[in-house]
Write a protein that binds this ligand. Structure first.
Ligand code: NG1
Ligand code: ZN
Length: 533
């Protein structure tokens, strides 16, 4: 049974503010760091219970608010294969977080143990980490109290990026199995990525020194580490690496700034020369945005859609080159935010699926392909190789030296890619490998297709839960009549497309519009006259 007295004593120290409601959304719990104490304590308990339910497999807990402002924080659970928490448990998490008193909490927990038939005698293994936010250390202590209240010690992985935590969870659980995923340490991660990278770029001309905007977040640590392993083959120059300063995280820098403003972070302006490319991580280093200045100094963005196009084309080429055409199907997953031009470009070549926003939806859909490439336009994405494909590649007998080379490249790509979740560092290495192989600069990469001009804005509404969608969030079914109005507006514009959906991470509604001409995409924006970013 649960040691009710211990839970009560510790829970009283982490009382829930009665006036708040917490929701486990697409990115776990996310709100102001100062109100998350009770949530952290309870997530500690829940993580331990989830591990027990899964027969003692290791479960991850990541404390981060990603690209959101510095005062925000959040927490999400990571399942044993390094994936997002199973949906059914999101509801349990919300229930646990909202029990008003310690007694109410104990009751919810006892119910959970009973209905889910959790065997409390099983071990609980939890690994946890945080990003660089100032509110992090105190929140980690609350989390540890939660773990302790159910007799779980947990492993503190310290301050690391979200994708490294996902990697650690997967490696720990895969250890000693057929699906071994590497060594469960930061060094193991760096070693795995970098050694595959070095094999892939051997004898190739790699990028000149590359500026990497770390958003003043934990990605700066990853960058510093990987540099030691790259042995000068790729020079990465960190900008916005001030993880010790307050007030600078994600501030006028980082992947989200680039995507939403479609501008160069001002802090990079003194360094980036016309003709050169650079990239930005977000605050927890799971998103990556590339961009370059053309010869006239004009800014061009290479977002998640462009990364997906580059990566998918290269993988298709390698699959063909290995002699596996027809045996290994490559497919793409996007969301409604994918630029219409990217969807057209990709669906002319490959199967493309559109799913609702949220990594878990993309990840899940990508699992249905032999090799599934998924990217959100905002730069979050990865590539999944199915179990069958992994075996097929390992057992395939190439019949020519060229086939053997392609197959080797594919096997090494699998090692560079963090298949658990989007990973800015791993995606950066992947992109640089492909650019080196294709001898592409930013300009050639960009010319795969031309983005349709677009606008994404947030609008504050009285009740965003009134907005209900269908068709992978591309159409509204509520409030009544609104979709018709959007349809009427969209019809007036060439290649027009627009949709409205409630955010899962902020108390706003997002409005997206695109059209063949910039002024027309903006036209939608003016008509709706919402608050700009
Ligand atoms: P919401 O707030 O539901 O739009 C945002 C991003 C998602 C995803 C999540 C999780 C956009 C338009 N939305 O979701 O893609 O990254 O945050 O962080 O970028
Ligand atoms: Zn992030």
């Amino acid at each position: 049974v649960l040691s009710v007295d211990t839970i009560r004593i510790l829970s009283d120290r982490h009382a829930k503010p009665s006036y708040l409601f917490f929701q486990y959304g697409t990115a776990g719990f996310r709100t102001l760091g100062v109100v998350l104490d009770s949530v952290m304590f309870r997530v500690g308990i829940l993580a331990a219970l989830r591990s027990k339910k899964l027969d003692g497999k290791t479960v991850g807990v990541m404390v981060t608010a990603s690209h959101n402002p510095e005062p925000d924080n959040g927490v999400k659970l990571v399942d044993p294969r390094g994936e997002m928490l199973e949906s059914a448990w999101e509801v349990h998490a919300t229930n646990v977080a909202n029990a008003q008193t310690s007694d109410a909490l104990i009751e919810v927990l006892q119910n959970l143990v009973k209905t889910l038939r959790i065997d409390l005698t099983k071990p609980a293994n939890v690994i946890f980490a945080r990003d660089t936010r100032p509110s992090g250390p105190a929140l980690i202590e609350s989390l540890q109290d939660g773990l302790q209240s159910v007799g779980c010690v947990g492993r503190n992985a310290g301050v690391i990026s979200t994708p490294i935590l996902h990697y650690l969870v997967r490696t720990i659980n895969a250890k000693g199995t057929k699906e071994d995923y590497g060594v469960d340490s930061v060094d193991g991660y760096m070693e795995k990525l970098s050694s595959a990278f070095l094999k892939l770029v051997k004898g190739k001309q790699v990028s000149p020194p590359l500026l990497v905007d770390c958003a003043n977040g934990v990605g700066a640590h990853s960058l510093e580490e990987i540099t030691k392993y790259l042995k000068g083959s790729l020079q990465l120059i960190g900008v916005n690496t001030a993880t010790g300063s307050t007030g600078v995280l994600n501030n006028a820098c980082g992947a989200d700034y680039v995507k939403t403003t479609q501008r160069l972070p001002p802090s990079l302006a003194p360094y980036l020369k016309p003709g050169e490319r650079a990239c930005s991580f977000d605050g927890d280093a799971d998103r990556l945005m590339y961009y370059y200045l053309d010869e006239r100094g004009q800014f061009h963005m290479l977002d998640g859609d462009k990364i997906a196009a580059l990566v998918a084309a290269f993988i298709v080429e390698l699959v063909k080159g290995s002699g596996l055409e027809g045996q290994v199907r490559v497919g793409i997953v996007q969301t409604a935010y994918a630029n219409g031009a990217s969807t057209k470009y990709l669906s002319d070549r490959l199967p493309v699926k559109c799913v609702p926003t949220g990594v878990k939806h993309l990840h899940h859909a990508a699992e249905s392909y032999d090799i599934g490439v998924y990217f959100e336009a905002n730069g979050h994405g990865t590539v999944l190789f199915s179990r069958d494909t992994t075996e097929k590649l390992a057992n395939h007998q190439p019949i020519t030296p060229a086939q053997s080379t392609s197959l080797n490249h594919l096997m090494n790509l699998m090692q560079v890619i963090n298949q658990t979740v989007g990973d800015a560092l791993s995606d950066l290495l992947l992109v640089e490998v492909i650019l080196a192989h294709k001898s592409y600069s930013g300009i050639e990469w960009d010319s795969l297709y031309v983005d349709l001009p677009n606008r994404l804005v947030k609008v504050v509404v009285a009740d965003r839960f009134m907005f209900k969608t269908e068709d992978a969030e591309r159409r509204l079914i509520s409030p009544p009549g609104l979709q018709q109005k959007i349809d009427e507006l969209v019809r007036r514009y060439e290649a027009g497309r627009a949709f409205v959906r409630p955010s899962g991470t902020e108390d706003v509604v997002r409005v997206y519009a695109e059209a063949s001409v910039r002024s027309q995409a903006d036209g939608e924006y003016m008509l709706l006259s919402p608050k700009p970013f």
